[in-house]
Ligand binder design. Structure first.
Ligand code: SAH
Ligand code: SF4
Ligand code: F3S
Length: 463
């Protein structure tokens, strides 16, 4: 399958629309809200870049804004409910200020069922577009401004690669770089493949140029993003896999840490671990979502690996990188999961000993196969299993973190925390959060911290 790349003339046309809007409006303030995962955070950087090119400044206060842009997430029902709540609150602002522009984009917006609801019940929304139309935001907004009507652009496409959009990043220390878009895995519970289109990889040249630029600009932590970074490159004409891409990025000189997410266990393996083990920049950290510890549930989820093959990969990884920090995502209460199967997940969690977990109760997503499966267990019962999982993990995370106390660890100071007692925030190489005492000038620097305390979620230390 050949990669669909948006031709440069098309992206240039979008830059021209930015200039037209700039001439039309002479400025204004935009309020951008990002829900969901890092992919959306990276998309919002581009959306803000386009808005800046159109002459917008930015505000945290929707009441001050001339344009509100909600970049939404559809992964679970509560993610969608948050957005409807925000739209409800905006209704009052728009009643007072009818010329407020309200735009809805992101994964939720790509679904016909959501667009229909917005069409009927949320008349305040002027523009709706999905992730696959993101690169055309300037043109779509221009249409709203000149047509004086609502615009919906949610055609479901395979998706393409668009380069060259301006970017406004929210940190001067940490940067996100999308290396691929979409997902082909169709895990049976997951909406992402339906809203983000098919897997497509950016060219290695574009990625290397972006990372080199970031390092030159002084960024110290660069995170490569994709729904499944391990399938990077499958659609490239010149063969290059993710391990190969990492090895090339690792050659870039400079002082920076390289992270990446998310990894799919079925595609992760020795080649990747070998590159990580001998790299200069790659942080000793792997987010390797297992979802379940039961083979029957893994099969029903369409995950493509077994408990045993997962555990074998963890063993191989730790053999190569003993100090690796390992994290995972877990779903409790997949349709038809029994109590015994949920306990298999907890036993896997105990067997692996993760540094931290992201845990979710299954939420049916209309249009996915799992949403059609019988789901006889009550929410209350799932909640009990979920709590057992949390208790097991929290105990272990607390122990893991306690083992840092009294040690000196390398850190990157990545920002101000706003907390007087621990004014700085920092990360260890493995990505654990450190609440830190030290001067504000330390932000953006690599340093050593004395760890003096810890809890389940974080470490505490001074420079
Ligand atoms: N591409 C990444 C994850 C994307 S979504 C991966 O494959 O790991 C992030 C996490 O949300 C998933 O790992 C899963 O644990 C959770 N998730 C996805 N769909 C869900 C659903 N319908 N209900 C509950 N959790 C879900
Ligand atoms: Fe969803 Fe699975 Fe794709 Fe991750 S790999 S985005 S969980 S379908
Ligand atoms: Fe949500 Fe879309 Fe990310 S559904 S988790 S924002 S890819």
């Amino acid at each position: 399958m050949k990669r669909a790349v948006i031709p440069p003339e098309e992206t240039a046309r979008q830059r021209a629309y930015e200039q037209k809007i700039l001439a039309l409006r002479q400025g204004g303030l935009a309020h951008v809200v990002t829900y969901g995962c890092q992919q959306n955070v990276a998309d919002s950087q581009q959306l803000r870049g386009m808005l800046a090119a159109m002459g917008f400044g930015f505000t945290d206060d929707p009441a001050q804004a001339d344009l509100v842009l909600l970049n939404t997430c559809a992964i679970r029902d509560n993610a969608e409910q948050k957005v409807y709540g925000a739209l409800g609150r905006l209704t009052h602002i728009k009643e007072r200020r009818p010329d407020l522009l309200v735009c809805l984009c992101g994964c939720m917006a790509q679904q016909e069922r959501v667009a229909e609801k917005v069409r009927r019940s949320y008349r305040l929304v002027d523009l709706v577009f999905g992730p696959q139309a993101l690169w055309r935001f300037p043109e779509l907004l221009y249409e709203v401004l000149t047509k004086k009507g609502r615009v919906f652009s949610i055609e479901n496409e395979r998706g393409a690669i668009a380069e060259g959009a301006p970017v406004v990043r929210d940190s001067a220390v940490k940067a996100w770089v999308s290396i691929m878009y979409g997902c082909n895995n169709f895990c049976s519970y997951c909406i992402v493949p339906y809203v983000r289109g098919r897997e497509r990889s950016r060219s290695p040249e574009d990625i290397l140029a972006e990372v080199e630029g970031l390092v030159r600009d002084g960024y110290k932590e660069i995170t490569l993003l994709g729904q499944n970074v391990n399938s990077y490159g499958k659609d490239l004409e010149t063969p290059l896999d993710f391990a190969g891409l990492l090895a090339q990025i690792d050659q870039i000189d400079g002082d920076f840490w390289l992270r990446f997410m998310t990894n799919h266990p079925k595609d992760t393996g020795d080649r990747l671990f070998a590159v990580m083990a001998k790299s200069r920049h790659i942080a000793p950290q792997l987010h390797l979502p297992v979802q379940s510890g039961s083979d029957r549930v893994l099969r029903a989820m369409n995950r493509g690996y077994t408990r045993a093959s997962y555990l074998e990969k963890v063993r191989a990884l730790r053999e190569k990188i003993p100090q690796v920090v390992l994290t995972s995502d877990i779903i409790i209460g997949f349709p038809g999961e029994t109590e015994a199967e949920a306990m298999e997940t907890i036993s896997l969690v105990e067997e692996v000993g993760y540094d931290a977990l992201f845990t979710f109760i299954y939420s049916p997503r209309p249009g996915t196969p799992a949403a059609e499966m019988p789901d006889p267990v009550s929410r209350e019962e799932k909640q009990v299993w979920f709590q057992r999982l949390l208790d097991a993990q929290n105990r272990f995370s607390a122990q893991r973190h306690a083992a840092y106390v009294g040690r000196k660890v390398p850190i990157l100071v990545d920002g101000l925390s706003g907390d007087e007692a621990w004014p700085l925030s920092a990360r260890t190489p493995g990505g654990r959060l450190v609440h830190l005492q030290g001067p504000a000038e330390a932000v953006g620097r690599f340093a050593q911290a004395d760890i003096v305390d810890s809890n389940t979620w974080a470490l505490f230390g001074h420079l």
